[in-house]
Design a protein around this ligand. Structure first.
Ligand SMILES: *Cc1c(COP(=O)(O)O)cnc(C)c1O
Length: 751
């Protein structure tokens, strides 16, 4: 194929005469054309991965890599005095996800396609995404995240479905994003949009009339649900998604010869968290409508659907108001009530009921009863589900429970994000690790080879320089590439404990002012969005931003400590931050982080984890060994016994340094630079409630982090740790995860 001819045909002129944006759109066309030529392997059974989020990131480079034309395109552009990386800047990152769960779904799509599974993704087309974050007066502000473009990746399939909102009909339009696998194969991401959408109803920031469902339905991901209208909107969104999905699934199965009594032989539906759980009653409704009796429909759907649990935190498991559901989606509620009756006939344990005393619908409970599989997302998490969080269900259905430790796609998080390291590994091991990540283990043979270790350190330094340039150019922030890059990037949530990191930094600042200097100067980098109505999370953002100003204003301290908060954390900036990371902060309260995937991305890129024994950190530790990870803090077992009687006061009263750091939050310097109300509220929250026990783990965190910063001085020993982390990260390839899902849950069978 002559790429130049194709591009110039799309452009209608030569590459040299074209602008970057025009070239970008012509490359999108080229990728879509090449992808469309690929075939999805046909099997009798087809997988549908349904998720409220797909945090896919920019697609151009990833698709060029997977289509096998990255190098050729790059060269061609270079010959014509154009730069692929500048052209990539023209792409706007799609805003279809929020955090780890959405990123997981995106990695899974890449692996499903690469492994040649007959499977598609299903989600919603949010016109304005989650929100775009910026900082004003050290606080988060939210604006709509416009990302859709006329000639972007979305393909209008022309398919439409009718969705019935309790008598009112809406039209659902299906758009596709093509997902080419690495070297071969293709999957599709189907995104449904309401036809009557109207972006003009946005009034200010991200506010709009929440009751105008026809116009607002697919505007935002996770619209504010702190009031009843917001909660209703979310129910409508979920139903719109699953109703469109169920119609598509049934239609495709019938086209392949399914008689619907045997739907489970034609379709496997993976429910990613509880948001799509209503696909269960919706599929039952459709089967009944097509003449199948209720009992048989339940049985068939139960053999078709499987549920992935992503959290043990009760407040994050969806419970919808059954009375409101009755009013808006009476057909759904009627079926859910019947499903609950069946449960009540069989079990007396109230924990297992779908409807509780307040007539709230427990979506996870419905998904476990009426699905054939429930999986957790890391070994520890699945064990917690079995032994405590969902123990009643485990006793009722031990055979349904299984673990699928999360993974990440190495195409994006190594090949694309870290080309220097990829190139060096290819020199050492050949190219096969690009197809089979377990081969990275071969790096271990070089763990005492000083020239290899030096090269590892050089590559990291190079990546840190690139991040430095990016920060200077985009955010007017200057950092020292010779300092240790200590990075915590993830959603802002109290259980992830950015506040623990912040207290450490306060203590470090005060120590520096006393003349106690750190072993290496530190650049602490944060990136995190807070949910718009989550006050405590926004207070923590405010604390870190204010602290960063106070440190910056101190001529002495700023030589040793720099605090950076990158606005609008997303996949695009993750790809720049992760290859430059030295210390990977994974410091959640043990038992609360189901898995984490940021930890895996950083490990792959040679960062050393500073973490609690939580989520997949447990598995990272057993893979890399104790010398190559820094573990601190209470175990999940200890937390389980202590959390109910925990009193933070007893911790800070006995730790003068800790109480000094807490007092600093509301000292005159801070209040001058920040907002008194926010800082005071946060201090009270930490010193009186500390729901996620940050203070409890502070002393051990401090000791362990200081040791890490000390150890960093031995460049060779540190480079060995880097190498050992990369070498042992193969297990976290999402190809491995998806193979396990297919072998144990979907069983799509032979082509
Ligand atoms: C990987 C990733 C996450 C998840 O990070 P965790 O540390 O696992 O919470 C969130 N957001 C983005 C943009 C990511 O790339």
């Amino acid at each position: 194929m002559n790429i130049k001819e194709k591009l110039e045909k799309y452009l209608g002129k030569s590459i040299t005469e074209s602008g970057n944006k025009e070239i970008y759109f012509s490359l999108v066309k080229l990728c879509n054309e090449l992808s469309a030529e690929r075939k999805t392997p046909e099997t009798k059974k087809k997988l549908y991965y349904i998720s409220a989020e797909f945090l896919i990131g920019k697609l151009l480079s990833n698709n060029l890599i997977n289509l096998g034309i990255y190098d050729r395109v790059k060269e061609l552009l270079c010959e014509n005095k154009k730069s692929l990386s500048e052209i990539e800047e023209c792409e706007i990152e799609p805003s279809l996800g929020n955090g780890g769960l959405g990123r997981l779904a995106a990695c899974f799509m890449d692996s499903i396609a690469t492994l040649g599974l007959n499977g598609d993704g299903i989600g919603l087309l949010y016109h304005l995404g989650l929100f775009r974050q910026s900082f004003k007066n050290n606080m988060q502000t939210e604006t709509p995240d416009y990302w859709m473009e006329e000639e972007g990746w979305l393909i209008d399939t022309g398919k439409e479905y009718e969705v019935d909102f309790g008598g009112k009909k809406a039209i659902s339009k299906m758009y596709d994003i093509l997902v080419p696998g690495y070297e071969k194969n293709l999957s599709k991401l189907h995104l449904f949009d309401i036809k009557s959408i109207d972006e003009n109803i946005i009034t200010q920031g991200i506010s709009f009339d929440k009751t105008n469902i026809e116009k607002n339905l697919t505007l935002f991901l996770y619209p504010d649900d702190s009031d009843e209208d917001g909660r209703m909107l979310r129910i409508y969104q979920e139903y719109f998604m699953v109703s469109s999905a169920a119609q598509l699934i049934v239609e495709e199965a019938q086209l392949r010869g399914c008689n619907l009594y045997d739907l489970n032989e034609y379709a496997a539906v993976q429910i990613n968290d509880t948001h799509p759980a209503m696909i269960i009653p919706e599929l039952i409704r459709i089967l009944c409508e097509k003449g199948i009796d209720f009992e048989k429909a339940c049985e068939t759907v139960q053999k078709t659907c499987a549920y992935t649990n992503h959290t043990v935190m009760a407040e994050a498991l969806e419970k919808w108001n059954g009375i409101a559901l009755q009013r808006t989606l009476p057909k759904m509620m009627e079926i859910i009530e019947k499903l609950d009756e069946k449960v009540r006939k069989k079990y007396s344990n109230e924990d297992l009921y779908i409807l509780d005393d307040h007539k709230r619908v427990h979506m996870a409970n419905m998904a476990i009863h009426y699905g054939y599989s429930i999986n957790g997302v890391a070994k520890l998490h699945t064990n917690i589900l079995k032994t405590s969080a969902l123990n009643s269900f485990y006793r009722a259905y031990p055979h349904k429970f299984n673990n699928k430790t999360n993974g990440i796609t190495f195409r994006r998080w190594l090949l694309k994000a870290n080309p220097c390291l990829t190139g060096f590994i290819a020199e050492l091991l050949g190219d096969d690790f690009k197809r089979d990540a377990s081969l990275l283990k071969g790096l271990e043979a070089y763990k005492d080879d000083t020239s290899v270790l030096e090269k590892f350190a050089d590559i990291k330094l190079g990546n840190k320089r690139m991040l430095k340039e990016y920060l200077a150019k985009e955010h007017n922030i200057s950092v020292d590439e010779n300092s240790i890059f200590d990075i915590q990037i993830k959603r802002l949530h109290e259980y992830k404990r950015q506040q623990l990191n912040a207290i450490y930094l306060i203590d470090k600042f005060l120590e520096i002012k006393e003349g106690k200097l750190p072993a290496s100067s530190i650049t602490a980098i944060f990136g995190a969005k807070a949910a718009p109505s989550y006050v405590a999370a926004k207070d923590i953002i405010h604390l870190i931003l204010t602290l960063s100003k106070v440190v910056e204003n101190d001529e002495e301290a700023k030589k040793f400590l720099k605090i950076v908060f990158i606005p609008n954390y997303n996949v695009t900036n993750a790809e720049k931050l992760i290859p430059a990371c030295d210390i990977s902060e994974q410091i959640s309260l043990a038992s609360k982080e189901a898995s984490g995937t940021g930890n895996m991305k950083m490990m792959l890129n040679g960062a050393v984890t500073l973490g609690t024994l939580d989520g997949a950190n447990v598995e990272i530790e057993s893979l890399v060994g104790k010398d190559n990870i820094y573990i601190f803090g209470a175990s999940s077992g200890e937390i389980a016994t202590k959390i109910d009687s925990y009193n933070p006061k007893s911790v800070w009263e006995n730790n003068p340094r800790l109480s000094r750091a807490l007092d600093f939050i509301t000292c005159p310097e801070m209040i001058n630079a920040g907002n008194k109300e926010r800082l005071e509220r946060l201090k009270i929250n930490l010193s009186e409630s500390d729901y996620f026990m940050a203070l409890y783990d502070f002393e051990d965190y401090k000791k362990t982090k200081n040791k890490m910063i000390e150890d960093y001085k031995d460049k060779t020993a540190w480079a060995r740790k880097m190498l050992m982390n990369t070498a042992n990260s193969g297990y976290f390839s999402s190809d491995r995860t998806i193979e396990e899902y297919n072998n144990d849950i979907w069983k799509l069978g032979k082509i």
